[in-house]
Design a protein around this ligand. Structure first.
Ligand code: FAD
Ligand code: FES
Length: 353
């Protein structure tokens, strides 16, 4: 069954199936709506339902509380229409930013490599070019009878549109990683991919120096941004911090060191080990402490934070102490199913990019 969804603030109408979430219908129709996790966890896609009925589906009880449901709010990344619907949302236009419609892709795994402890690099050739902004992510369908997908950030740059690189960390007991990527997935396998998603991407128009902090595989979207910025000579000075526990968790160090040699004025790479000391070419300590030490102030910078929610949260607080505030900070929290069930880490200061 097909319903009409009217987005009041944009004066737009789109068609949405009764088994399709409203965000998906919007993004496929080229109507940009704010979103981040696309799994009912972060609350970024919350809208007011002005008219009609929706089914909230499996929105997290923390991201969409009972009183909000009673007030007529919903999360459009999970909600499906049960009638024609009118919604209203704050959709901020951002100058110099182009959003690209979501599409479906069939991919073939062309390379699979254990690049660090419990971390796999998966390279996928696509059946058609993907147009995206550096830092965005895709959803990959997990094999099974149900319709389950997982979000993984694209580590390759937009200038390489027919092949994407993903950096995936194993989550013990996780269905997509432990149960598939680290178990059955092989070179030559076919994978179903949808994308691009998210608002965590490189703001090319902002000329300020850039601080990037990635925890573990939170490096992935930052790698895409760094490559995009350097290959396109966007001009910003970039400081990339990669925070991990030990040397075994680091990956792509040689690649970033070569980039640093090639662009000595524009790119600075700093791997940080929280649990090991004295490893050549690395700093020891929590990545947040290392950044604290390196800068007297971060006023006038722009920051990109990505990785496990507690690291992103700690980085945000550290940046504020250094006079870099949330309006100049873009963040991507790698929420998983446990965050959806427990509420994850939320900050009143939070601006999900
Ligand atoms: C925008 C975005 C981008 C991301 N990009 C990346 C990336 O580039 N690389 C990367 O490695 N990860 C990334 N992630 C995280 C990724 O999407 C997955 O969450 C992660 O890979 C784990 O998936 P999984 O299927 O293995 O685990 P899941 O099946 O989601 O399980 C995760 C954990 O939760 C537990 N769990 C499951 N269900 C419940 C429940 N009901 N209650 C309590 N606990 C439960 C599981 O036992 C497990 O420990 C990203 C996340 C987001 C939101
Ligand atoms: S995008 Fe809908 S809750 Fe995160």
């Amino acid at each position: 069954m097909m319903y009409t969804v009217r987005i009041e603030s944009l004066d737009r109408e789109i068609e949405c199936r009764d088994d399709q979430n409203i965000l998906d219908a919007c993004l496929r129709a080229g109507v940009w709506m704010p979103h981040a996790c696309t799994h009912g966890t972060c609350g970024t896609c919350k809208v007011d339902v002005l008219d009609g009925e929706v089914n909230h589906q499996d929105a997290s009880a923390f991201a969409l509380m009972d009183f909000e449901r009673n007030e007529g709010k919903t999360l459009i990344c999970t909600a499906t229409p049960e009638s024609d619907v009118t919604i209203d949302a704050d959709v901020e236009a951002e100058e110099g930013v182009e959003f690209h419609p979501v599409k479906d892709f069939v991919g073939t795994v062309s390379a699979l490599e254990d690049c660090a402890r419990e971390t796999r690099r998966v390279v996928v050739d696509l059946d058609q070019d993907i147009v995206f902004n550096a830092g965005q992510y895709v959803q990959v369908r997990i094999p099974g009878d149900d319709d389950v997908n997982r979000s993984w950030s694209v580590a390759s740059p937009p200038g390489q549109p027919n092949q994407i690189e993903l950096n995936i960390r194993r989550t013990p007991g996780g269905r997509g990683t432990d149960g598939w990527v680290f178990k059955d997935l092989e070179v030559g396998d076919t994978v179903q991919i949808t994308g691009p998603y998210g608002r965590f991407f490189f703001r090319q128009a902002r000329e300020n120096p850039v601080i990037m902090i990635g925890g573990g595989t939170g490096l992935a979207p930052l790698k895409s941004m760094v490559r995009h910025a350097l290959e396109n000579e966007t001009g910003q000075t970039i400081y990339l911090y990669h925070g991990v526990r030990g040397q075994a968790d680091l990956y792509d160090g040689e690649y970033f060191r070569e980039l640093q040699d090639e662009f000595p004025d524009q790119f600075h790479y700093r791997p940080c080990l929280s649990d090991e000391e004295g490893v050549e070419g690395t700093s020891s300590g929590l990545v947040t402490d290392v950044v604290m030490e390196d800068f007297d102030t971060l006023r006038g910078h722009v920051a990109y934070l990505c990785g496990p929610p507690p690291m992103v949260e700690a980085s945000l607080k550290m940046l504020i102490k250094k006079r870099l505030f949330p309006r100049d900070t873009y963040r991507e929290d790698f929420f998983d199913s446990s965050d959806k069930a427990t509420g994850g880490v939320r900050s009143p200061l939070m601006r999900t990019s």
